[in-house]
Ligand binder design. Structure first.
Ligand SMILES: [Ca+2]
Ligand SMILES: [Ca+2]
Ligand SMILES: [Ca+2]
Ligand SMILES: [Ca+2]
Length: 291
């Protein structure tokens, strides 16, 4: 499952199929996949796939028919023990919903039950208009202490984007304490932590950071590189860490926003869009004639 290249070839093969799904979705009668732990959000020019039973978590973010994401997942630890992927906690309450009633699920909610605490994550996909090349994914994370003493909690976000649909040729930079940017050419992903500023962070070449998160030792991210230092080009990844003491009954909240800009629509997507437009035009024409 974690073999980078192997999964990539699978994803590439799926792109055509997904572009088709996306067009059908836009026509308003998309049947969305949803089997155990697997969820798909669709909105305008965008589609995001999740597997909440795997540390990959979010593993596709397709904008204008092109996949920009390999993995975005979360890890946690309580105290000074090895961190674990969040998916290892039971999460019986999870589900996708269509909050703008356009026929496509755009919001995913997952609740993880820990020993004396609870983590809730909500993702909201806001795709741009087809051809705009932009897409937005907002995330809200709430960690609640359900125990009887303060909770020494450490939360990690790990992101491995593949800008331009390729693992290589990316560069990444911390703009400031709460903003990171990964880019290839004019195509850019920016994540802004609306609140609060992370305790630690790092940008690294794959798979340095993920090895640390899975190595069975308590990790503190390296706080490198410094602001404005561009690392790359290569297969870039980045991560944030929040260290917090949550009072009894208290909730720690993290709000983040990811924005992708500059995606050039793939020719195959354009062709499918043109066909969809033609069909819609014909259908409208018929309704007009006979209506
Ligand atoms: Ca919707
Ligand atoms: Ca790339
Ligand atoms: Ca570790
Ligand atoms: Ca990458």
């Amino acid at each position: 499952m974690y073999f980078h290249t192997r999964l990539h070839s699978t994803l590439t093969m799926r792109n055509g199929f997904i572009a088709g799904l996306f067009v059908i979705g836009m026509m308003g009668f998309c049947a969305q996949r949803s089997f155990a732990g697997t969820f798909t959000l669709v909105d305008d020019n965008s589609l995001v796939d999740f597997d909440t039973d795997d540390q990959l978590n979010a593993f596709n973010w397709i904008v204008e028919g092109q996949d920009q994401l390999f993995q975005q997942g979360f890890w946690y630890r309580v105290g000074n023990v090895a961190e674990q992927s969040l998916h290892t906690l039971p999460h019986p309450v999870e589900g996708a919903s269509d909050t703008n009633f356009d026929g496509n699920n755009d919001t995913l909610f997952v609740r993880y039950n820990g020993a004396g605490f609870r983590v809730e994550v909500r993702y909201v996909l806001d795709g741009g208009a087809p051809g705009s090349g932009t897409s937005d994914l907002a995330e809200q994370i709430s960690i609640t202490n359900l125990g009887r003493s303060p909770l020494d909690f450490h939360f990690f976000q790990y992101s491995d984007f593949e800008i331009f649909g390729t693992a290589g040729n990316d560069s990444a930079v911390f703009n400031n304490a709460n903003s990171v940017r990964q880019f290839e050419g004019a195509m850019t992903l920016t994540e802004t932590v609306v609140a609060p500023v992370p305790s630690h962070r790092e940008i690294a070449f794959f798979d340095t950071t993920r090895v640390k998160l899975n190595d069975a030792v308590a990790t503190t991210l390296s706080d490198s590189p410094p602001d404005s230092f561009v690392l790359g080009p290569g297969d870039m990844t980045w991560a944030y860490q929040w260290d917090v003491s949550i009072p009894v009954g208290g909730t720690f909240q993290i709000s983040k926003d990811k924005l992708i800009t500059g995606v050039i629509p793939e020719p195959a997507t354009f062709a499918l869009l043109a066909i969809a437009g033609l069909l819609l035009g014909l259908w409208r024409g018929r309704n007009h004639l006979f209506g």
